[in-house]
Design a protein around this ligand. Structure first.
Ligand code: XMP
Ligand code: MG
Length: 178
């Protein structure tokens, strides 16, 4: 497959869509086998939209629900410094079994923020499913329950992932060409 150009940078195919489909299928199988009771999947937008859509079609757990959130940073009025907030979580999630759906976990900073915000809502359990994981960049101790593929520390785009907001629509995952 031919390399592509996004914002004047060249990207080459790294994980073709057939391989993505196999990875997603296998992750769904593992999640189904975990027999999580009345699961509430929480898809972290924007990057996870395509992964979430594909994996949800393969989830067979009874009473499955999905909700979509976005992590926003804003400057608080009282304190200085960044405060994070989860936008989009409309319902009461107390005592729910949560499965976070992430497109990619890099340093783990985003994941840690999301988990601490969900814990404040007194959920019963939190599991994490990520399509891609960069073990060399990960700085946290939080265990990741379902990993699609561990990848080197390269910048990737496509299948929901963006380079400065473009490239999310690409069916394959590309990596920056050196
Ligand atoms: P952290 O470091 O908080 O990063 O785990 C997670 C968020 O950073 C973005 N990210 C990427 N986005 N290609 C992308 O398009 C990448 O290779 C990449 N690495 C990190 C992404 O938004 C993710 O949620
Ligand atoms: Mg991004």
């Amino acid at each position: 497959m031919k390399p592509i150009t996004l914002h004047n940078k060249t990207f080459e195919v790294f994980i073709p869509e057939t391989e993505i489909a196999a990875i997603v299928h296998s992750m769904a199988h593992n999640i189904n086998n975990a027999r999580i009771k009345d699961p509430l999947f929480i898809s972290v937008l924007n990057g996870s939209f395509m992964f979430s859509s594909d994996i949800m079609k393969k989830i067979t757990l009874p009473n499955t629900e999905i909700s979509f959130v976005k992590l926003s940073s804003y400057s608080g009025t009282q304190t200085t410094g960044e405060v994070s907030k989860l936008i989009g979580l409309g319902q009461d999630i107390r005592n729910r079994n949560i499965i976070i759906l992430e497109d990619i976990i890099d340093t783990g900073i985003t994941l840690e923020k999301i988990i601490s915000l969900l814990e404040k809502e007194e959920v019963a359990d939190i599991k994490v499913a990520t399509l891609l994981f960069k073990p060399e960049a990960y700085t946290k101790e939080i265990p990741i329950d379902f990993i699609g593929k561990s990848i080197p520390n390269d910048f990737v785009v496509g299948y929901g992932l963006d380079y400065d907001e473009i490239g999310r629509n690409l069916p394959h995952i590309f990596k920056l060409k050196n």
